[in-house]
Design a protein around this ligand. Structure first.
Ligand code: HPA
Ligand code: MG
Length: 218
C-alpha cells in the first residue's frame, strides 16, 4: 500500500540557501531550499519499500521519463536493488527503459506534449508490469498523454510514481500511485528538475526566484 505524500506547506521557507550547501553559481537565483536532498533520498527509500512489497511475485519494468525523472529513477533503482539483495528475502526482477517527454518553456507549459518514442520501444511494453517514473506532476497533461500511449500497447499493468505533485487549480486531477511530496504552486528546480535546461545539477529541490526566471529565460 502506498503512503500519502509528505505535504510541504504553502509559504514554507524553512531552509535558507545559507544553511545548506548550494553551488555558488546558483545561489543568487534561488529564494530557498524547499526539499533538501537527504529528505528526498529518505522518501524515495520508503517508496521503494512500498513498491517492493506491492510487486512481490511480479517483475517490474521501470520506464523513466526523461530528462527530469533521471535522479528519482537512479535513487529508486538503487533502493530496489538493495532490497533485492537482502538475505533470505524474495527478490523482484527489474528491467528499465527511457522515454522522453517535454512540454515546458520558461515556467509555462506549452500546451502540447512531445513524446519521443518509437514503435519498437512501445511494442516492447506488451505484457509487462510498467511503472512510469516521473519527476513532477502539475497540470497532469504529460502523464495522462503518456499513459494513453502506453496503455494502447497492452501492458500487464501500468502505474506511476512521481517524486512531486504540485497543488495547482488547473490540474486535471491526476493522482500518481506512488508520490514523494505534495508541493505548493511554486516553480522548483534541482534534483534534475530544470528551468530551460538549467539547474538540473543542483542537488536540493529549490524555489527559483525572479532573478533566476529572468536570467535564464528562453
Ligand atoms: N519545475 C520544473 N519543471 C516543471 C515544474 C517545476 O516547478 N512544473 C512542471 N514542470
Ligand atoms: Mg517530468
Amino acid at each position: 500500500m502506498a503512503s500519502k505524500p509528505i505535504i510541504i506547506p504553502d509559504n514554507n521557507n524553512n531552509y535558507s540557501i545559507e544553511q545548506l550547501s548550494v553551488p555558488t553559481h546558483y545561489r543568487e537565483y534561488l529564494s530557498n531550499v524547499m526539499i533538501p536532498r537527504g529528505l528526498i533520498k529518505d522518501r524515495i527509500e520508503k517508496l521503494a519499500q512500498e513498491i517492493h512489497e506491492d510487486y512481490q511475485d511480479k517483475s517490474i519494468h521501470l520506464v523513466c521519463v526523461l530528462k527530469g525523472g533521471e535522479k528519482i529513477f537512479a535513487d529508486l533503482t538503487n533502493s530496489l536493488h538493495t532490497l533485492n539483495s537482502r538475505y533470505g528475502q524474495k527478490s523482484i526482477p527489474i528491467t528499465h527503459d527511457f522515454i522522453k517527454a517535454s512540454s515546458y518553456i520558461n515556467t509555462q507549459t506549452s500546451g502540447s506534449v512531445n513524446v519521443s518514442t518509437d514503435h519498437k520501444q512501445l511494442e516492447s511494453l506488451k505484457d509487462k508490469h510498467i511503472l512510469l517514473v516521473e519527476d513532477i506532476i502539475d497540470t497532469g497533461k504529460t502523464i495522462v498523454a503518456l499513459k494513453e500511449i502506453i496503455s494502447k500497447h497492452n501492458p500487464k499493468s501500468l502505474k506511476v510514481i512521481s517524486l512531486l505533485i504540485k497543488r495547482i487549480n488547473h490540474s486535471n486531477g491526476f493522482v500518481p500511485d506512488y508520490c514523494g511530496f505534495s508541493i505548493p504552486n511554486e516553480f522548483v528546480v534541482g534534483y534534475c528538475l530544470d528551468y530551460n535546461e538549467h539547474f538540473r545539477d543542483l542537488q536540493h529541490i529549490c524555489v527559483l526566484n525572479t532573478l533566476g526566471k529572468n536570467s535564464f529565460k528562453a
